[in-house]
Design a protein around this ligand. Structure first.
Ligand code: ATR
Length: 277
C-alpha cells in the first residue's frame, strides 16, 4: 500500500498518476491521499506503516519533516534536506528526493533543453528550491543564481550547495542588475501565498526558457509574465510532477513506467480543471 501525504492534499494528482502507472505496468497499485497537518504527520505516518504502508510520497508542507523522520536518506535527499519519497525498510523509513531529477528529465527529455553550461536563475530558496537546485547543478549548468525575497535564505541555500564557483545568492532587489538568463525557474510559493512580485523584463533573452514548479492556477502568473517578457518557452511543473512520480514508482516497484501517456492525460485534465494542489 502506498500514499501521498500533504496538507492540503485533496487535489493531489498523485493518486491518479500512480493508478495510471499501475494499469500500464500491470502492477497492482493501492495508493491513497492522506491529509496530515505538520503537527500530526509523524503520527499519521506511523499509523500508515502499521496498516501495511510500504511507501509514500510527501508533498507540501511536509518534505522537511519527512526528512527528519527518516532512519536513512539518499545522498540527493540529504543535499536537499527534504524528502518526497519514502520507502519502508527494516522497520523504518528510507527517504529519497526525486523532484530535482524529475525536473531535469522533464526539461531535457520532454522539452529538449540542453542544460549544460546554461546560466540559470532560481527564484526562491525554500523547500521547493532546495529540492531542485542540486539536480540542476548535477545536470551541468554553468551558473546558478539564487534570488530570494529574504536574502539570508538564499545565502543559506548557496552555502549548503557547496559550489561557490557556480552558485551566487542575491536578495530580490538585486534582480534588475543580473542580466539575462538561459533558464528561469520559479520555485517561490508567491502565487500560493499572495502576488508574484514584479520581475524585470531584462532577466529574459529571446532564447530564454522559463519553468514554474507549480501548475494550473499556481503557475499562471509567472508563465504569463514569462510570455510577456518574450521567453521562447514557458513551461509549467506538470512534466516534473509526472517524472518525479515515475522515479518514485521505480523506487517502490523496480519498474520505470512510460510517462508520456500519463503526461498527456494530466495535461488534458489540467487544461479543463486548472486548480492545482
Ligand atoms: P516551498 O516548500 O513551497 O518552497 P517554503 O519553504 O515556505 O515553501 O518557501 C517559500 C518560498 O517562496 C520562499 O523562497 C519564499 O521567500 P522567503 O524565503 O523570503 O519567505 C518565497 N515566497 C513566498 N511568498 C512570496 C512572495 N509573495 N514574494 C516573493 N517570494 C515569496
Amino acid at each position: 500500500m502506498h500514499a501521498v501525504f500533504g496538507h492540503p492534499v485533496a487535489h493531489s494528482r498523485s493518486p491518479r498518476i500512480h493508478a495510471l502507472f499501475g494499469a500500464q505496468t500491470g502492477i497492482g497499485v493501492r495508493y491513497e491521499a492522506i491529509d496530515a497537518a505538520p503537527a500530526r504527520f509523524a503520527q499519521a505516518l506511523a499509523a500508515f506503516a502499521a496498516r501495511g504502508g510500504r511507501g509514500a510520497n510527501v508533498t507540501l508542507p511536509l518534505k522537511e519533516d519527512a526528512f527528519a523522520l527518516c532512519r536513512s536518506a539518499s545522498p540527493r535527499a540529504r543535499r536537499a534536506g527534504a524528502v518526497n519519497t519514502l520507502v519502508r525498510a527494516d522497520g523504518g523509513w528510507h527517504g529519497d528526493n526525486t523532484d530535482g531529477a524529475g525536473l531535469v528529465r522533464d526539461l531535457s527529455a520532454r522539452h529538449g533543453l540542453d542544460l549544460r553550461d546554461r546560466r540559470v536563475l532560481l527564484l526562491g530558496a525554500g523547500g521547493a528550491a532546495r529540492g531542485v537546485a542540486p539536480a540542476l547543478l548535477d545536470a551541468g549548468i554553468g551558473a546558478l543564481w539564487i534570488a530570494n525575497r529574504t536574502a539570508a535564505r538564499a545565502d543559506a541555500l548557496a552555502d549548503a550547495l557547496g559550489d561557490p564557483a557556480r552558485v551566487q545568492a542575491r536578495g530580490w532587489d538585486a534582480l534588475p542588475g543580473l542580466g539575462g538568463f538561459d533558464l528561469l525557474v520559479n520555485a517561490t510559493a508567491a502565487t500560493r501565498g499572495g502576488a508574484l512580485p514584479a520581475l524585470p523584463m531584462a532577466l529574459v533573452a529571446p532564447h530564454s526558457a522559463a519553468v514554474d514548479l507549480g501548475y494550473g492556477t499556481d503557475a499562471a502568473p509567472f508563465l504569463a509574465w514569462a510570455r510577456a517578457a518574450g521567453c521562447a518557452q514557458a513551461l509549467d511543473g506538470l512534466g516534473m510532477l509526472v517524472e518525479q512520480a515515475a522515479e518514485s514508482f521505480q523506487c517502490w516497484h523496480g519498474v520505470r513506467p512510460d510517462t508520456d501517456p500519463v503526461y498527456a492525460d494530466l495535461r488534458r485534465l489540467t487544461d479543463t480543471q486548472p486548480t492545482s494542489d
